[in-house]
Design a protein around this ligand. Structure first.
Ligand SMILES: [Zn+2]
Length: 119
């Protein structure tokens, strides 16, 4: 009798079904492909990278900042430490920059308007 009642996920390489193969360092189920031997885990994607801040807190902080609240103001409202807020800002900013670079390219420029530059 098999006690394994979970659905067998497919190997990302050869698309054949894989068997359960222990847990990864974060406790997520790992799998091993029966034909090519590749091991993989289906860790849920974390758009915040290595941040441990819960997504709802991160969204609250970002919403407050986007609305123009100060970092210390956002700290008081969300009870997330200002240093954490700064690190979150850095991560999100870098990701936004990469997204911009990926999505906005080969834009033909006809006119350039520059304000407040006097040299
Ligand atoms: Zn495989």
């Amino acid at each position: 009798m098999s006690t394994d009642t979970t659905i067998h996920p497919l190997c990302p390489g050869c698309k054949t079904s894989a068997i359960r193969w222990g847990k990864d360092s974060k406790g997520f189920q790992r799998y091993r492909c029966r034909s090519c031997g590749t091991t993989f885990a289906n860790r849920p994607a974390n758009p915040l990278g290595n941040h441990r801040l819960p997504m709802n807190k991160a969204l609250l902080v970002l919403n407050l900042l986007v609305e123009g609240m100060s970092i210390r103001g956002a700290e008081r409202v969300s009870s997330v430490h200002r240093d954490t807020i700064c690190m979150l800002l850095r991560t999100v900013g870098d990701k936004c920059e990469r997204t911009m670079a990926e999505l906005v390219k080969d834009v033909e420029v006809q006119d350039v308007e520059m304000d407040e530059i006097w040299s």
